[in-house]
Every structure is written in C-alpha cells, then in structure tokens.
Design a binder for this molecule. Structure first.
Ligand code: BES
Ligand code: MN
Ligand code: ZN
Length: 493
C-alpha cells in the first residue's frame, strides 16, 4: 500500500474514490463537495439513505465529479479518540468493499491533530487489508493500491505524512501479530517462532536475534519455564530480539511476551469445548514480534529488547504434575498446583532473564487468565504495575491509540493467596485470578519498573469473526513513541 499526504486542490487529486467522513451537518470540505455535486449529499441525508451516524457508510456513484465514487462515512457522535477510530475503521473497511484502486481521504472537523488522524487512516487501511493466508487457498489480492490523505494546507500535509508512516507501520505490526496468532499450532510451534525471529533480523543493521534452546536454558537454571515444555515433543525456545535505535547508553525498554503455542492445560487438562482457541495463547509473544516489525519500519530512536518464551503445554508421561515443585532461575521455588497456570511459569524465568539487560522498564504481555474476561470483558486489557507513573503512561497510550487497558491493584492481601506449604509460592491462589497471577509475577520483578498486560480478553475474537486482533501493538507503540518524544525534548532543554 502506498500512502501519501497532499494539499493540492481536492478535486484535482488523482484518485478513483473519495472517502468523505461527515456528520449530518455538512461542514467545510463536505459542504463544498455537496455544492459541487448540486446537493447530492444533502438529498441523501434528507431521504434518510445516509444518517451521518458514526460508523455508517454509503457509496455514491454516477457523479458529475472527477471521482468514480464517493464513500460517505458517518462521524456524528464520534466525540472521543475511541469513537473516532471506530468511524475511521468503518471507512477503511467500506473502501475495501468497493473495487477502488486509489482512494483519497478528506477529513475535516474530526480530530484537530493531522498526525494522529492520518496515522489512524493508515493503520485502519492496513488492518482492513489483512487476509489470513497460509493454510488453504490463497485469498484474492486486494485491489486498493494508493491512499492519499488530503489536507487544506501544506504544513498539515507534512505532519500528516509522518502520521501515515507511523500508522502504516503500526497496521503492519498488528498484521504480523495477527498472522502469527491465526496460524494453527501444528505450524506455529516454538521453533517456527524462533525461525521467524531470525528472519526478521536478516539484513537489518539495528535488529539482532538470538535463540536460547532448552539445554542453554537448563544451564541458566530456568527450571520453571522448562517444567512447562517438558511434556511436549516440541522443544521450547527463549527468543531474544534486540532493536538498537538509540545510543547504547540509553537503557532499553524490555518487552516480554508469553508464547504458549498451544495450551492444553497439561495434566490439569482443559475441557474440550473451544480448546482450539488455545492456539492464540502465544498472542503476547506475537505482539512483541509486531512491535519489533513496527520499530524496524518507523526506526524510532529507542532501544527495545523483545523476549519471547515459546513453549507448548501438553500432558504426557513426563509432564509436570500438580504438586510438583520446581526451581525458577531466580532461585525461588514454586509448587505447581495447576499445570494450566503455565503462563506465569514461563514468564517468571523470562522476567528474571530480562534483568540482565539493565532495563529502564519491563512490560510483559500475556494471555494469562480467563478471569480478566470476567473482570473487563473482551474490550479492555488488564494492567497491573509496580510503578504508578508507568501505569499512567500505559493507560494514556491505550486511550490515545484506542487500545485501552484498565488498572487492577497488586495489594498484599492478594499476594498472600499464593502461599504454599511446600515451596516459596504456589502457582495459583484463591479469588481474583488476574491479580493473583500478577502478584506471582511481581515476585520476580522487584529490581525494575514493571507492568503486566493481561490480554486474554483482547488478543483475539471468537465466533464467526474468529481471529487474532493484533492488540496491544498500538498501545505499546504509542508508549514507546511517547518515550522518544520526552527524550528528545530533554535534549532540547
Ligand atoms: N491461557 C490461559 C488463559 C486463558 C483462558 C486465556 C481462557 C483466554 C481464555 C492460561 O494459561 C490459563 O489456563 N489460565 C488459567 C489459570 C487458572 C488455572 C488459575 C485460567 O485462567 O483458567
Ligand atoms: Mn493454561
Ligand atoms: Zn495459557
């Protein structure tokens, strides 16, 4: 897809389709176009064919204009970033329902900020273009080739171009995460993920990948992580991707993404219904791949290390049993009361390993608990952190990118619930499963600023639209970008 911003006169832009977001009250460019078309839009609104309500769309053909079609997209009620994003996403999918090859977006009177608005146009276009492929007939390629973002003046066009680059990269990153998530577990194994990580670094100067295999993890005494993969014939890997966009003196942000390529529950076997969806239990890891991809594209001046513990959780004769005690890399012992609480067992060793990089901040991303769906539903990721400022920054990044999280507490009353009579801690405990899981992780993250994102509700959708969402790539990228802005402004001071 080719994106570009332009401030030439709208009717002179070379595109077959005009995408025109507007409410029922025509203003600015929508009004001008309506006048140029002898009130065609007004009559659609009067006849009730187009209401202008957010996310509604309507296609006009046979126009006396340079465009073959005009795609109206409703914006009434799109009063916050979340709703504006939904409206723009509706417009982006409407474009793909037509045979448009080149489209120009003319959005005035929605968001003030062209950087942000253009980024959402590019991101939504990329995510709407995504089609799963890899198992079965290849889908027909989409027709749309170029997207122009129109703005009234030239300086806005420069800002918009930055937004288009950034948003296009986020959309690509989300699609990377979605594709890995959607692939079945017999293809997307821990070794497959390791290969993808090595491939991502091929020919790149600012990305290196290294893979720790099981014997290397044994040497590091990662007994907790290895206790999960022992029951599987697929060997586990610890994937480390190192993106260097800034001077080596700048401390890295470390992202740790859970990648259980299939979670049967192990000996604490899950019920059969819907178990196929446990192929998505690697979406935390997939989001780290997505961010790495987006960083390569945007070349943001930051250092980010992605750590992806990748394992398969299977029952077997040599699988870990409830009651087994394992020793983590940190030296703390864990009584595995439930082998289905395996995410925290792999994350704890990866989080201890993260300490080696002298991190500025560590964020882990995991489809960790079904309980987070009970608490927040499928719209909002759970956020838990040992640092208030970091938590606030992530919440803001979520709001700005329309990829929201909500914070839950990490108080000691909850931590007490993972007490064990036979080890330093148990791997499950009592009520508030999302919080006790995070309390478990918090015992391994005391030496740095840390946040945990529980994406069990947000990483994929079930039902007829079943598929990975690419979340929380937008939130993480917004957070990373906000860090570069503050660092740059520090330099100016
Ligand atoms: N991968 C699951 C979490 C999950 C469950 C995500 C359902 C999405 C939908 C995780 O490994 C798990 O099984 N967690 C258990 C923890 C329990 C045994 C304490 C859960 O949530 O049931
Ligand atoms: Mn599990
Ligand atoms: Zn799991």
């Amino acid at each position: 897809m080719e994106f570009n911003a332009s401030s030439v006169q709208l009717l002179k832009i070379n595109a077959d389709s005009l995408v025109l977001p507007t409410g029922s009250q025509l203003e600015n460019v929508a009004k001008e176009i309506d006048e140029a078309l002898d009130g065609a839009i007004t009559s659609l609104i009067e006849s009730g064919d187009f209401s202008g309500k957010a996310s509604e769309s309507c296609v006009l053909l046979n126009l006396n204009s340079p465009f073959q079609r005009i795609i109206l997209v409703g914006t009434d009620g799109a009063s916050n970033p979340q709703k504006m994003i939904k409206a723009i996403e509706a417009g982006a999918s409407a474009v793909f329902k037509t045979p448009a090859v080149s489209a120009v977006w003319a959005i005035e009177g929605l968001a003030e900020d062209h950087d942000w608005q253009a980024s959402i146009v590019a991101r939504s276009t990329m995510t709407a273009a995504y089609q799963y492929s890899g198992t079965g007939k290849n889908p027909e390629p989409k027709k749309l080739k170029t997207v122009t973002y129109w703005c009234a003046n030239k300086s806005d066009a420069n800002t918009a171009n930055q937004g288009l680059n950034y948003g296009g990269a986020i959309g690509n990153g989300m699609n990377t995460a979605r594709q890995l998530g959607n692939l079945p577990a017999n293809i997307c194994t821990p070794n497959y993920l390791a290969e993808q990580a090595s491939r991502l670094a091929e020919g790149q100067v600012n990305l290196t990948t290294s893979i720790l295999n099981e014997s290397e993890m044994e040497k590091l005494k990662m007994g907790s992580l290895l206790s999960v993969s022992t029951g599987s014939v697929e060997p586990g890997n610890l994937i480390v991707m190192n993106y260097k966009g800034a001077d080596s003196s700048v401390k890295p942000i470390v992202l740790v993404g859970k990648a259980v390529t299939f979670d049967t529950g192990g000996i604490s076997l899950k019920p059969g219904r819907g178990m196929d969806e446990m192929k998505f239990d690697m979406c935390g890891g997939a989001s780290v791949f997505g961010v790495m991809n987006a960083l390569l594209e945007t070349k943001l001046p930051v250092n980010v290390i992605g750590i992806v513990p990748a394992v398969e959780n299977m029952p077997a004769g040599n699988a870990t049993k409830p009651g087994d005690v394992v020793t983590s890399m940190s030296g703390q012992t864990i009584e595995v009361l439930n082998t289905d609480a395996e995410g925290r067992l792999i994350l704890c060793d990866a989080l201890t390993y993260a300490g080696r990089f002298d991190p500025d901040t560590v964020i882990d991303i995991a489809t960790l608990t079904g309980a987070v769906i009970g608490a927040l539903g499928k719209f909002t990721s759970g956020l838990l952190s040992n640092d208030d400022e970091l938590a606030d920054q992530l919440l803001i990044s979520g709001t700005k990118s329309g990829d929201r999280a909500w914070r839950l507490p990490l108080w000691e009353e909850y931590d007490k619930q993972i007490k064990s009579n036979f080890a330093d801690m148990a791997n499950i405990g009592g009520e508030a499963g999302t919080i006790t899981a995070a309390c478990f992780l918090a015992r391994f993250t005391k030496s740095y600023k840390w946040a945990h994102l529980d994406i069990a509700g947000t990483a994929w959708v079930s039902g007829p639209q079943k598929g990975a969402t690419g979340r929380p790539v937008p939130m993480l990228m917004e957070y990373i970008r906000s860090k570069t802005v503050s660092e740059l402004s520090l330099i100016h001071i």
